[in-house]
Design a protein around this ligand. Structure first.
Ligand SMILES: Nc1nc2c(ncn2[C@@H]2O[C@H](COP(=O)(O)OP(=O)(O)OP(=O)(O)O)[C@@H](O)[C@H]2O)c(=O)[nH]1
Ligand SMILES: [Mg+2]
Length: 325
């Protein structure tokens, strides 16, 4: 893989190369870090919008509508749809594909889906890399859509300048779930599907929840109504997103959030790097003998893990010697 060439194509705005590098990152292909290292200084830190919320509330429809507005201003938009619960990657979460088809023909829009591929679980660092690749490729705005799914989602949202939490009229459970996980991170609340009954009620539920917080330190999240399917309320939403972006760029809150995101990302990378180093120093046969000992109850996984980790720091080459006790 010629990473230098790939990087230079991406910097010229080549979408296919960007897609390729994102795949290499997902597959943890040998040497991909080299490309990311040389891209990082070229990124401009373009605005990142996060849109999150429960399944089916209309996130993709909102993203589609926002994107259409940005496109009418000639801005290039990169969209990353993340579903931490889905193992499907490589650019296709079917639902998003179908709903966003009208954007696929537009060369000024780049859409990518990412899921968790079991195993290493580095979804938030992978999403961070995808965002930077799109930034380096020349996108002026990046939008990350993620389904509400616990900590991973909160982590991923950490890279956004502005976070929209979307919900829809209906059960109070919905508002309850916002309370549980998303209150901390929301900059703007959207009650989508306001054409359905109960929208006002949901708005006032969220409002009264927000009223419990005494000090908003400069930004109290607005609660908005949209009907994304009919493109209503979107201009106001885009207006509030811009307002918040501007506010955020001048506030400590965003810096804190981004530092936290980088910290998690580095943690993920260190963990993976150490595991990789530790395992690459073990011969397959040696590993197999170790696993046999564990199976026979002569050894336990905890002590073996400790020994392997310890070797990283001591520089010792073999662990087999202990087997002969
Ligand atoms: N009535 C009504 N339906 C809407 C509105 N916005 C979106 N929908 C519909 O709601 C369904 C789900 O919309 P999506 O945009 O795919 O929702 P999502 O939150 O991205 O869904 P996931 O990504 O699967 O979690 C689709 O059938 C949309 O057409 C709205 O404002 N009113
Ligand atoms: Mg969606």
């Amino acid at each position: 893989m010629d990473y230098d060439e790939l990087v230079s194509h991406i910097l010229k705005g080549d979408r296919r190369s960007a897609a390729r590098l994102i795949s290499l990152v997902e597959d943890e292909e040998e040497g991909y870090e080299k490309a990311l290292k040389s891209l990082y200084p070229k990124t401009r830190g373009v605005p990142v919008l996060g849109v999150t919320g429960a399944p089916g509330v209309g996130k993709s429809t909102i993203v589609l509508e926002i994107t259409k507005r940005l496109r009418s201003e000639g801005r290039r938009v990169g969209i990353v749809a993340v579903d931490p619960t889905s193992p499907i990657t490589g650019g296709a979460i079917l639902g998003d594909r179908i709903r966003m088809t009208e954007l696929f023909a537009d060369p000024g829009v780049f859409i990518r889906s990412m899921g968790s591929r079991g195993g290493s679980g580095g979804l938030s660092s992978q999403t961070g890399s995808a965002v930077r690749i799109l930034d380096a490729m020349g996108c002026d705005q990046i939008i990350v859509e993620t389904v509400g799914a616990g900590q991973t989602q909160v982590d991923i949202m950490g890279m956004a300048d502005t976070i929209v939490v979307a919900t829809m009229p209906g059960s109070g459970d919905e508002v309850q779930s916002i309370k549980a996980g998303l209150l901390e991170i929301a900059d703007i609340y959207v009650v989508n599907k306001c054409d359905l009954p109960g929208a006002m009620r949901t708005v006032s539920d969220i409002q009264s929840m927000l009223d419990l917080v005494e000090d908003w330190e400069g930004w109290k999240p607005p609660v908005m109504q949209t009907n994304a399917r009919e493109s209503r309320g979107i201009d106001e939403l885009v207006g509030n997103i811009r307002k918040h972006d501007e506010y955020a760029r001048s506030s400590e809150r965003l810096i804190k959030r981004k530092k936290e995101q980088y910290r998690r990302e580095i943690q993920e990378l260190v963990t993976r790097e150490m595991a990789r180093k530790a395992f690459s120093s073990i011969e397959e046969e040696e590993l197999d003998r170790m696993l046999e000992r564990i199976l026979r109850r002569e050894e336990n996984p905890y002590s073996e893990a400790e020994r392997i980790a310890a070797r990283l720091f001591s520089g010792r080459k073999d662990i087999a010697s202990r087997g002969q006790r």
